[in-house]
Design a protein. Sequence first.
Lengths: 433, 180
Amino acid sequence: MTDNRSPHHATSASASLPARPARRGALRRLAGTLAGGWAASQLPAANAQSAVTQAPLAIPPWTREPGASLLSPAYGAPSPHEGDVIRRSARAPALPGSGSSMTPLADLTGSITPNGLVYERHHAGVPAIDPDQHRLVVHGLVREPRLFTMDDLVRFPSESRVHFLECSGNTGSEWNGPSGLPVQFTHGLLSCCEWTGVRLSTLLDETGADPSARWLLAEGADGAAMTRSLPLDRILDRALVVYAQNGERLRPENGYPLRLIVPGFEGNTNIKWLRRLKLVSAPEMTREETSKYTNLLPNGCARQFVFEMDAKSVITRPSAGHRLSAHGYYPVSGYAWSGRGRIRRVDVSTDGGKTWQPARLTSAVHDRALTRFEADWTWRGEPADLQSRAIDETGYVQPTREALVAARGLNSQYHYNGIQNWRVGADGEVRNA
Amino acid sequence: MRKRRSLPIAMAVAVAALMPGAPARAAHYDLGQPVGPATIAPWNIDVSPDGAGLPPGSGTVAQGRQIFAARCAMCHGDAGQGGIGDPLVGGAGTLSSAKPKKTVGSYWPYATTLFDYIRRAMPYNAPQSLSADEVYAVSAYLLYLNKVVPEDTRLDAKTLPAVRMPNRDGFVPDPRPGAL
């Protein structure tokens, strides 16, 4: 159901989500509950809709009988009522194991992505790795090459940190202007987990490093034997070799049993199914860092080794495909993140960027992590253009699409981080326009 | 940033170990085991632009044509024009146009990358199944199709790194931060 869709079908499928009774009901509840609560005095339109409920509350069947037993199932799953909160592919992949699937951002809260919803990008499918047979080799310009088992790796001092992962192709749909797509397909190559593992620097202390080592070649054990070269001095103080996400071992599609996490760097460099780390003096010029993941400019030259994901934000609620079914109060909520540090501030506009108000940061603000923001908005039925703009601790301000296109043209493909506009019509429909 | 880049990595490792939150000692935990080159060899398959890592063996354009037809054309097209796999041929002169066509011939800066990638990841349905001779041959054929080498070419560990790709100088460093 999720894999063989054309972009057109994917769009209409997702756009139809809010029209399903459960989703529409949720939005109505959101409007009704909050408007009738603390903000009521400021919200005459919503207040006028409120009438005192007189009908006695029903005592539903689930209150009149014992519920399901323990361990049903032994590994918990979401409520069946949340069955449409799933990863989706924007298009059918050319080959079965290639391509990507995207995180349903509009249906998530807080800043952590549940493991089953973390986006996927594979180049040769998900390998079925036996952790007992998996090995990590650290070699090259080292004093002593070493081989590690998974048991060895979990015995090192560990560290747990929250970081986002974003494919550098994320939001590439918007280079040529508003695509009409909902946020799952425009921004869903984005997730955030608490990662647990051992510091890269701890492993290199164990092998020793030759002074001539400048780059690190990281390689996966999948059928693509994915490889990227990484500049050691830019990653050594933060890179982790991880075996767990959100408290449990990595999921197969996210690199089980071992992956690299390079906080803030484009997703492809966070090599999954990690089998080899080789210290080298210069980049190896692998296929992924030459013919792919390079950013073509209008003059025909391409930027290479474009690693950090610049500060970016997106409103996830309300967003394209939602429908506001009542006037009144809405929190305008979404994610902000930066590959260069912490989020300092997020501004929200409801008039297409003419005026901005600072949003509240409603989750913990971690370094290079998704940060949840929320701003107050009272909708009285007027057409509106909702936008958010992230500012990170370096002072970088998320640019407009026009500024990006002026700097890079229309064919650089990767690293699109322009301000996203959601248009709210007088009918309450929200569109990517 | 520039100053830090000149630090020897051994020092940078020590610096990282002293950062807050790092394990208290830059110690050796004596985990894992030392490993020799013969053990690593089957995984040590990367090839760098100077040719380091290229194995013994060789292959010709003519051999590559046959292997390509049998193992590659089903995805990349009879003449490398593309199919469910990427187009591998053509696109010369298109990189600054409105519709750039990025192929081995028009975009790839190093011929060594071709050998490295084919050996590790191709064909998609049977990665790491081609012999060194076969990978040299397919590389030669693709370079011939792109008019980078003549038809009588035989590639080996010495001649492959000497092939100069048309877009060798087509890449620039990342100007960020400080510029979009």
